[in-house]
Design a binder for this molecule. Sequence first.
Ligand code: HEM
Ligand code: HEM
Length: 222
Amino acid sequence: MTPTITPTTEAPTKDYRAPLRFWHWGSSLLVSLQLITILFQEVIVDSRSAVPEFQETMAKENIALTVKQARSLTHILSERIWEWHIYFGWALVALFVLRVGLELRGPSELRFSARLLEVARRYRLAPAADKSEAGKVLFTKGTYALFYSFLTVMVITGLLLIYRNDVAFLTSIKHQVEEVHNFTMYLILGFFVVHVVGVVWAELTKDHGLISRMVGGEAPKK
Ligand code: HEM
Ligand code: HEM
């Protein structure tokens, strides 16, 4: 008997096991918290621009602060925010290690690479009429592949930044590492927007229950 290929464009696994769901919501929270620390650091607190305000406030008390003295005070604020960025960073590293562990040792349902290859195979074999739908599924999985690569860059460069003043070699490359870390944030922001819009759109149109499957696990079989 010749084996038949199901012309479906469904992703191979639409149910998400507990470890993957734990990773997903934990990472979403931590990535959001990391973005919030940057929002506070660069926009809301923006300690550098607070230097004149510190000087003016102290001048009212008849204390003349030099720019250098004011900077050392505002520095305390930004250091506090960076401390939180690093705590969240370590938590994100721990979840990253969990995700790599699931990828290497977990069952095939939890392996992203297996799902990506399956979706690519279905796209290749899809009849012309289903090509466009299969292409959308492949695009979605492609954005996840990109996100995993951004996350890898973020985790590696973040760890290098933590130790940048302790190792001479890391000190010599710290500016480049900072730039890569900084730039990758914009890529992650891009993913965030595309992902949330895409998932909500799919939920409201053709894939009802998608978000609850990512919350509660496998959908009840009909
Ligand atoms: C920073 C925030 C987020 C990040 C980094 C993120 C990341 C990811 C990644 C990498 C996947 C693929 C998992 C895999 O197959 O290995 C995924 C899937 C998914 N995410 Fe998110 N996510 C975020 C926020 C959200 C939010 C806010 C929602 C709900 C509104 C959501 C709902 C989903 C759903 C339903 C899937 C499964 C989609 C599918 O099967 O194609 N995510 N997410
Ligand atoms: C989505 C995740 C993350 C985002 C959006 C993010 C964003 C940023 C940005 C924009 C900066 C400023 C870079 C510059 O100086 O131009 C920064 C600095 C830094 N990040 Fe991250 N980061 C993330 C994850 C991580 C992780 C996982 C770690 C640690 C493992 C980490 C550790 C650091 C450190 C140590 C600094 C330097 C702080 C300082 O100047 O004292 N980051 N991050």
